[in-house]
Design a protein around this ligand. Structure first.
Ligand SMILES: [Zn+2]
Length: 151
């Protein structure tokens, strides 16, 4: 049901979901420069001596966009990085520095946002906003899909 839910959410936002093996890709352990950094689960920030520093889940999600046939296309990921990095940094900053309106606590899994040697900018203004989707309807659709799959 969890995968179904993710698929429906992605489709409602105009996207899609691709499955791949986390064993062959190991996205939380690799960098754009080709180096491997074995991390403990408690290490929430990917920081490489090549200069890439990003919250590990955001970085893995970025890398996941460049997986084809269960392999990370490093060259492709490298070419797109300069365009994606400001967006990911803004998302990381927003998740760790902006108090959620819901009153929920900030996600500790996002680590500590760092902005080394960069002057302030307002990159967040250009980010797209997503309208809240009907998660209840999606959950019901997933439950129906699960039921029909069990028959
Ligand atoms: Zn690197």
């Amino acid at each position: 049901m969890r995968f179904c839910f993710a698929k429906l959410r992605a489709e409602s936002a105009g996207g899609s979901v691709d499955e791949f093996s986390t064993r062959t890709t190991a996205l939380s352990q690799v960098c754009l420069c080709g180096q491997k950094h074995k991390k403990r689960l408690s290490e929430r920030v990917h920081s490489c001596d090549c200069g890439v520093r990003m919250q590990r889940d955001l970085f893995s999600a970025y890398l996941a966009r460049h997986v084809k046939d269960n392999l990370l296309q490093v060259t492709e990921a490298n070419e797109s990085w300069s365009g994606a990095e400001p967006l990911l940094r803004a998302a990381w900053e927003q998740a760790t520095t902006t108090q959620p309106a819901s009153g929920r606590r900030k996600p500790t899994s996002f680590g500590v946002f760092g902005r080394p040697s960069q002057s302030g900018s307002s990159e967040q203004e250009g980010l797209p906003t997503h309208e809240a989707s009907d998660v209840v309807a999606m959950a019901k659709a997933c439950a129906r899909a699960d039921e029909s799959a069990e028959v």
